[in-house]
Design a protein. Sequence first.
Length: 138
Amino acid sequence: MIENAPKGTFTFSKSERLNKKKLIKELFSEGSSFFLYPFKVLYLPKQRSEDLPVHQVLFSVPKKRFKRAVQRNLIKRRLREAYRLNRLALQVFETHGESVLLAFVYVGKEIQPYSSLEPKLKGALERLSDKLHPANKP
C-alpha cells in the first residue's frame, strides 16, 4: 500500500457508486465491454460534469448462479475492497476531464478468495485504462 497517500485516497464514497437507473440503463445499452475472467467489464466514457464524479462503479453478481444472498454479498464485498485499493489505475481520467461509468459483472461459477480476485480486478482496471487512453502507457 502507498504510505504517503493523501487522506481519503482509499475510501469508497457514496458518490462513486453507480445507482441512478438512467445511467445504469445507458451503460448497459450504449457501453462497450470486455471479458476478463471472472468478470465481464462494461464501461462508458462520458464528458465530466459537476454532478458526475470521475468514475462511478457498479458490482453485480447474478442470482442465477448464486442463489443465496449471503454468497452474492460476500463476492460483492470482496470486489468493492479490491476496487477501493486499486482504483488509482483510473487516475488518468482526472487529467483528461473525463468520467467513466463502470460495471463489473461476476461471471465465475464459484466463490473465489480475495487473494485471487484482487489481481484480476487490478488487471481489468489496467486493461480499461489502456483501452481508453493507450498513449499514457509508461
